[in-house]
Design a protein around this ligand. Structure first.
Ligand SMILES: Nc1ncnc2c1ncn2[C@@H]1O[C@H](COP(=O)(O)OP(=O)(O)OP(=O)(O)O)[C@@H](O)[C@H]1O
Ligand SMILES: O=C(O)[C@H](O)COP(=O)(O)O
Length: 395
């Protein structure tokens, strides 16, 4: 990992270790975990710490409880799942800080695990309050940050605490940063980025930064419509971010200037509304009906994108090519996922929906690295520094 200390660089024997993880997992109405990927992803670090004889104080946020205790956001279901995965008892703290929690931390034996309650039950967490960070730090002797998914947040348990304890990265943090840096900073070429999804304003910064690094940029999904509009096409009722149309035009000019291939759909799947099984048709981008919406890339575009993807040696993908949750608007995304899977390139996929799409296409095991970070991987790709990484001790 770039110049930052990791759990391998510190003596952990008999030490109380505060491990920040991102156990912000999806729960259903019965508060059952519907996807435990993020818990599994932290296991190598937790197991290693246990094997080294450390006493683990594990902390995470869950959802956005807005700074107050709320049973709905309790980490209790996570404690249960973590215990099953580790095959040991996980003690659940009734709180995050305070004398009871301190006592529980004090009584831990080497290899034992204590899970704190949701750190966001305290408003001080998101404010990165130094006094709160100091209280967290009092529980332990070393800070391990393995919460890549929350590394773009400068909060007390992800950043502030590092002012008071030796601070090192866990294995997941190391792996995420390594793959993303490899893709971004020293990519084997051709380097192709695929950007889709719906949040144009969130991702336009990523496009800006990637333009200077990639050989080709493929834009699909809702994102593409804003660019099509900038090219002067009728986009009908499609999702378009009007206030980003000019910027999209500027980015297309920039791509031309620096000789980067920017590929947009040449055809799209249109329908009057988003509805499973609704009658849809494929039209050229200059023939989008005024009363319809572009909801997926068309077959010609899938083929065009596929050709480019198959040439790539490095691929970064964020955001689906269409409304993939609703059939038949999943076809473009599935086609792209399949192309990435057979490309043989180093491939990195990030973002909740993109990961779901890769899983839906059944090719998750063919992707080199699936990031556990949504916002965090995007900010990394934008070239921003992640506070949760910056605060770690240099080698
Ligand atoms: N043409 C389109 N029109 C409307 N919505 C679209 C279109 N194409 C994709 N979408 C929607 O975009 C959403 C995903 O976009 P989003 O930008 O959130 O991607 P993501 O992979 O989840 O990234 P992140 O986790 O960073 O938010 C999906 O719900 C999908 O239905
Ligand atoms: O799910 C995520 O992207 C992380 O857990 C961060 O959550 P947040 O956006 O609520 O800070």
């Amino acid at each position: 990992m770039v110049n930052k200390k990791t759990v391998k660089d510190v003596d952990l024997k008999d030490k109380k270790v505060f491990v920040r993880v991102d156990f912000n997992v999806p729960l259903n109405d019965n508060r059952e975990i519907t996807d435990d990927t993020r818990i599994r992803a932290a296991l190598p670090t937790l197991q290693y710490l246990r094997e080294q004889g450390a006493k683990l104080i594990v902390a995470s946020h869950l959802g956005r409880p807005k700074g107050q205790f709320n049973e709905k956001y309790s980490l209790k279901p996570v404690a249960k799942r973590l215990a099953e995965l580790l095959g040991i008892e996980v003690k659940m703290a009734p709180d995050v800080v305070g004398p009871v929690v301190e006592q529980m931390a004090q009584e831990l034996q080497p290899g034992e695990v204590l899970l704190l309650e949701n750190v966001r039950f305290y408003p001080e967490e998101e404010k990165n309050d130094p006094e709160f960070a100091r209280k967290l730090a009092r529980l332990a002797e070393i800070f391990v940050n393995d919460a890549f998914g929350a590394a773009h947040r400068a909060h007390a348990s992800t950043a502030g605490i590092a002012s008071y304890l030796p601070a090192v990265a866990g294995f997941l943090m190391e792996k995420e940063i390594n793959f993303l840096s490899r893709a971004l900073n020293n990519p084997e070429r051709p380097f192709v980025a695929i950007i889709g999804g719906a949040k144009v304003s969130d991702k336009i910064g990523v496009i800006e930064n990637l333009l200077g690094k990639v050989d080709a940029l493929l834009i699909g999904g809702g994102m593409a419509n804003t660019f099509l509009k900038a090219m002067g096409y009728e986009t009908g009722k499609s999702l378009v971010e009007e206030d980003k149309v000019n910027l999209a035009g500027e980015l297309m000019n920039k791509a031309k200037e620096i000789g980067v291939k920017l590929l947009l759909p040449s055809d799209v799947v249109v329908a009057p509304r988003i509805e499973a099984g609704i009658l849809s048709k494929i039209v050229a981008v200059d023939s989008i009906p005024a009363e319809e919406m572009a909801l997926d890339i068309g077959d010609k575009t899938s083929e065009l994108f596929r050709e480019e993807i198959l040439k790539a040696k490095t691929i970064v993908w964020n955001g689906p090519m269409g409304v993939f949750e609703v059939e038949p608007f999943d076809r473009g995304t599935v086609a792209v996922a399949e192309a990435v899977a057979v490309s043989g390139a180093l491939s990195v996929v990030g973002g909740g929906d993109s990961v779901a799409a890769v899983e839906k296409a059944g090719v998750a095991d063919k992707i080199t690295h699936i990031s556990t970070g949504g916002g965090a991987s995007l900010e990394f790709l934008e070239g921003k520094k992640l506070p949760g990484v910056e605060v770690l001790n240099d080698k």
